[in-house]
Design a protein around this ligand. Structure first.
Ligand code: CA
Length: 445
């Protein structure tokens, strides 16, 4: 296929090039080309896709599983995307830099994102002022993340409820001559927000009582072992791995903090979506089918095997399978989590279909950004956050793809709000009253 593509582009591409190829190349070569053509590609509604190619980035955590499974189980190819490239990103900053470059610059068109990265790349806030409009197309996963503390602080017995532990963090600083260190994988996004939410709920000020730092997901376990930090938050398999290898203990899973919370999302550059509307729907259909496949209990073992390969996560399959099944050991006593509803979720949940990109959920990350004054210039208030979020979150494309895929009408949400959300500390986020949510939070900037 690459040869053929190069040949077509040498000839100027498009229909003219294709016609020339058919007329000019020997019949033996045309038959070889015909053989290498996709066999099972389902015809796209309203004609052929604009492209069969997209370049996607991923980070080796369970949030990326729908992209890997769509590729490996042939769901992208089934819908006509026969040339999808999924490339491991060294870190979230690399993913950001690569999407700013785009495919034309040797980067990526989109992929897996923590929020609000797509929103803040769209308005240039985290991309050196360079505005690269992006669209959030689907939620990739819920839950499956954790907060892990080092065994060096096992005596502190940190848990979901840190009430009274503010004293521990102050004592730590006094004794060690430095603050307690907590690591996330990218500042001002999911993992930073989970750590902050958890600490603040327990009366610990994340900007004053601890030191927050950035460590790439794949380096978190090593960082805990060598004392770079006392605590980290990231996607599995890293929290599970730290516990299984006995470097640390699970303080809380993100499912403990907020049941069926929004985690990571599929987002793609807006220029790619505008240029390739049919291929965008095909991309969504492939991801949705992978999410449905991943949620079947009978597929977890195969999923773990696929993800474990050197090509993808390069992590032992048993650790991945344990994480996929949500077999967490929580707290210093390693209490076994047995409720399957607390595992990573890809499609089904008690709150409806995971994949749908509810604006009420994508907005929450912008509200948290206001809470901590992450972007005072670009996100001064709720109105600005809503305007940005409306521009980036594309529920309409998800609905179109779901209808074409045959998702039952009852599983296709009608509105943009998932309704009232509740956190472990009793705080309520009613998307109809975002100001009231912000006002209800005790520790904020
Ligand atoms: Ca995550």
């Amino acid at each position: 296929m690459p040869n053929r593509r190069r040949f077509i582009s040498l000839l100027g591409g498009g229909l003219f090039g294709a016609a020339l190829i058919t007329a000019a190349i020997p019949s033996t070569l045309t038959s070889v080309l015909a053989q290498s053509a996709p066999k099972k590609a389902a015809p796209a509604k309203g004609g052929a896709l604009e492209t069969k190619t997209i370049n996607l980035g991923y980070i080796p955590i369970l949030e990326a599983a729908p992209l890997v499974i769509a590729q490996e189980k042939g769901f992208f190819a089934k819908h006509g995307l026969t040339d999808v490239n999924i490339t491991k990103q060294a870190s979230w900053p690399s993913a950001r830099d690569n999407v700013v470059l785009g495919s034309a610059g040797g980067g990526i068109d989109g992929g897996q994102w923590q929020l609000p990265m797509p929103q803040m790349i769209s308005n240039g806030a985290i991309s050196n002022g360079k505005k690269v409009p992006m669209y959030i197309l689907a939620m990739l996963s819920s839950q499956g993340n954790g907060i892990v503390a080092s065994n060096n602080v096992k005596k502190a017995d940190l848990g979901l409820n840190t009430k009274g532990d503010g004293a521990f963090f102050k004592k730590f600083e006094k004794e060690k001559g430095r603050k307690f260190r907590a690591a996330y994988t990218f500042p001002k996004a999911n993992q930073d927000m989970w750590i902050r939410y958890w600490l603040a709920a327990g009366g610990v000020d994340p900007d004053n009582n601890v030191e927050l730092l950035t460590v790439p997901a794949a380096e978190t376990v090593a960082g805990l072992r060598n004392g770079t930090m006392e605590l980290f938050s990231t996607g599995d398999p890293w929290p599970t791995r730290a516990v299984e290898e006995k470097f640390g203990y699970m303080v809380a899973t993100t499912a403990n903090i907020w049941r069926v919370h929004p985690e990571e999302f599929l987002a793609v550059r807006a220029d790619w979506v505008k240029k390739n509307p049919k291929a965008t729907i095909a991309l969504l259909k492939g991801v949705m089918e992978a999410q449905q496949w991943l949620d079947k209990a009978g597929n977890k073992e195969e999923a773990a095997k696929i993800l474990s390969s050197r090509k993808w996560f390069n992590v032992p399959a048993p650790v991945l399978e344990l994480a996929l099944r949500g077999g967490y050991k929580v707290g210093t006593t390693a209490q076994k989590e047995t409720n399957p509803a607390m595992a990573p979720l890809y499609w089904n949940s008690s709150r409806g279909v995971i994949s749908y990109p509810y604006k009420s959920l994508t907005l929450w990350f912008l509200l948290e950004s206001i809470r901590w004054k992450f972007y005072p210039g670009q996100l001064p208030n709720v109105a600005a956050a809503k305007a940005l979020n409306d521009q980036v979150t594309r529920e309409d494309l998800w609905k179109q793809a779901a209808k074409e895929l045959g998702v039952p009408a009852k599983d296709i949400p009608k509105g943009s709000s998932r309704g009232v959300e509740k956190f472990f500390d009793g705080v309520v986020y009613d998307p109809a009253k975002p100001e009231a949510y912000l006002n209800s939070l005790k520790i904020k900037r």
